[in-house]
Design a protein around this ligand. Structure first.
Ligand code: AVI
Length: 325
């Protein structure tokens, strides 16, 4: 599909999803729409935030243990494999693993997949210079659709990466369903690396989604600004408050925007009118946390066999390696 056709398709799904979510009871918006150019920039700032420990923990794992991870991936032997990264972002974490794999001669080609065309263009422009010898092809679009597309390429062993605790942005049933869909696209011998944020003291988790500088607040409110800009809407972001909650039993950290007043918002230049009551919550995002046992249960139900788990020194985060038998 051409870039213009992809952009048109994305804009019409955006409008449809926003209207569906705002007409639902209770109201919701999908966090996958957080990432426009401004949202990408705010997320970069979140990752640098003192309270947001996830990126630092995973960076520690990859910067210190990529050699071991590369050895584990190569252990099943055979030809060099393709590495496919879902939601590659700036690839700053996978960079360490790519370096190790190139050094060992076990990487055939790297396929970063991202929903942001800007990110893919940037990676294609910058990564080969930083990693001499790297063969790569960036893919812009939906993870599962793009993964399906790579199935038409010459068949080699494939290692799929899904890092950064992005799996946490699905509810546990959705996460299981997503892993089952991944499994359906994989063949015996293929491997999967997934990063999970682990359950820990609520006083560590909650501030990660409510930083003192208000960056996460701006990140959530930015979706209202994006809807105004791209979908001819008239949200007043000052009329909403960012409110994250963490439930230590279920491990779900959920972010809401609370309507501070009774208000009416128009979307799509009058195509839809949405009424908010005072104090009504608008559900924005889940960031699910897991125990190691819960991770095993889910991954094994999806048809994967455990290979190895890598932890940071505080054991707050884990990158887990799985194989299809
Ligand atoms: C991308 N994802 C794993 C982040 C998370 O931790 O759920 C998104 C995020 N939302 C608020 N802060 C970070």
């Amino acid at each position: 599909m051409s870039t213009a056709a992809t952009a048109r398709k994305q804009a019409s799904s955006f409008l449809k999803d926003v209207i569906t979510g705002l007409n639902a009871s209770p109201k919701y918006l999908s966090s996958k729409y957080f990432y426009d150019a401004k949202g990408d920039a705010l997320f970069q700032q979140i990752m640098q935030c003192r309270e947001y420990y996830l990126t630092r923990c995973e960076m520690e794992i990859l910067s210190r243990q990529s050699g071991d991870m590369a050895a584990v991936l190569a252990a099943s032997g055979g030809e060099p494999f393709d590495l496919i990264e879902l939601g590659a972002g700036d690839a700053s974490k996978s960079f360490h693993l790519l370096k190790e794999l190139l050094h060992r001669g076990t990487l055939h080609r790297y396929y970063p997949i991202d929903i942001s065309a800007n990110i893919i263009a940037h990676l294609e422009h910058t990564l080969p210079a930083k990693l001499p010898g790297l063969q790569m092809e960036g893919l812009n679009g939906d993870y599962l659709e793009m993964l399906q597309q790579t199935r038409n390429y010459a068949r080699r062993k494939r290692v799929i990466m899904f890092m950064g605790a992005s799996i946490g942005n699905f509810t546990p049933p959705e996460a299981l369903q997503f892993c089952c869909k991944l499994r359906q696209q994989m063949l015996p011998g293929d491997m999967l690396i997934i990063g999970f944020d682990l359950k820990k003291h609520p006083r560590i988790i909650l501030p990660a989604y409510n930083d003192a500088q208000g960056i996460t607040r701006a990140f959530n409110l930015n979706l209202l600004h994006r809807i105004n800009r791209e979908l001819e809407a008239n949200f007043n972001a000052d009329n909403f408050d960012h409110y994250p909650v963490y439930d230590p039993q279920s491990g779900s950290c959920k972010s809401y925007l609370i309507s501070l007043t009774e208000q009416v918002v128009e979307i799509g230049g009058g195509m839809a009118t949405v009424r908010f009551k005072k104090d009504e919550p608008l559900y924005m995002e889940i960031s699910q946390k897991y125990t190691v046992e819960e991770i095993h249960q889910m991954m094994e139900s999806a048809g994967f066999s455990p290979v190895r788990q890598f932890y940071d020194s505080k054991r707050w985060f884990t990158d887990t390696v799985w194989q299809c038998l």
